[in-house]
Design a protein around this ligand. Sequence first.
Ligand code: DON
Length: 309
Amino acid sequence: MGDLEHPFQSFLNALYLKYKPLTDGALASYIPELAKVDPDCFSICVVTVDGRIFEVGDADQLFTIQSISKVFVYGMALAEHGRDKVLAKVGVEPTGDPFNSLIRLDESSKRPDNPMVNAGAIATTSLIKGTGATERLNRMLDMFRHYIGRDVYIDMSVFMSERSTGHRNRAMAHLMRHFGMIDEKIDEALDLYFQQCSLMVNCRDLAVMAATLANKGVNPMTGDRAIPSHYIRDVLSVMYTCGMYNFAGEWAYKVGIPAKSGVSGGIIAVVPNQVGIAVFSPPLDAHGSSVRGLKVCEDLAREFELHMF
Ligand code: DON
C-alpha cells in the first residue's frame, strides 16, 4: 500500500468522493450475467513501475475482465507468431465503429481492422497455439498469471452467459472463416474468446497488468516477464489508437495515454515508464466504457500531466 501522504493517494481519495455519487450510465445487459452486478462498486488503483500501490474503494472486488483481455491476448499472439503473421490476420486501423460492429468485415481486405474490437480479438484469439482447447486455455491462463502475479480463474456463469447469447460474435467468426481469416476451429476459438473475457480480476490486478505494460513487460511486483519488451510498442500503439473504440480519438485528444475499456466497467491506462492505472465502476456510457472510469482518468491525466504530448 502506498504512502497515505503521497499526492497520488490523496488525489485518488478526492476522486473517489467526487465521483462516488454519480448516477449516470447503465449496466451492460446484452450479457445477462453482467446486468446482475452492483452499480455502486467503485475502485481506483495506481501502480508505479517501481512497485508502489495506491488505491481507494474496494480494490479486492472481483469482476470479469471482458475486453481488457484483448490487449494481453494480442501481446501473446505477437509473442507466438511475430508481427507479420499477426498483421496478416488482424489490422491496426481504428474503425470509428462500435466494438461489436461487423459491417466493415464484409468490406475491403476482409481482415478485421484491429485487435481491440470484437472481430479482431476473436481472430487474435484463434491464433493462440496449443494442442486442443485445454492446452490453449491453460497457456492463456499462464500468460495472464505472469501479468497478474497470482493464480487466476474463469467465471463459469459469465462464460456460459456469453457463450449462449453471443450471436453477433458467432456471426463475425463465421464471416471471418468464410474469408479465410480464422481456421475451421470456429467454436473452439469462440469458446477461448468467451473464456478470456470471463477471467476474474480485481481493480488492483488490472493496475498491476497496466503497470507491467508501463514497465516494458516486467511485472513490477514479482519481477516476472509477461511479454518480450519489443512487442510493448505494438500493444501500446493499438491501445492508443483503438482501445477506446469509437471514442478513441477524443480520448487521445483529452487524456492522451494508451487505454482499454471493458463492458464489465473496468478501464486500464498506461503511462510508459511511470504507472499503470485501473478503475472499476460498472455503469457504462454509450460507447461501452465506464462513466466514472473515464472521468477519473481525465482528472488524473490533467492533475499529473500524463498526456503524452
Ligand atoms: O464479446 C463481447 O461483447 C464481450 N465479451 C466483451 C466486449 C467488451 O468488453 C467491449 N468493451 N467495452
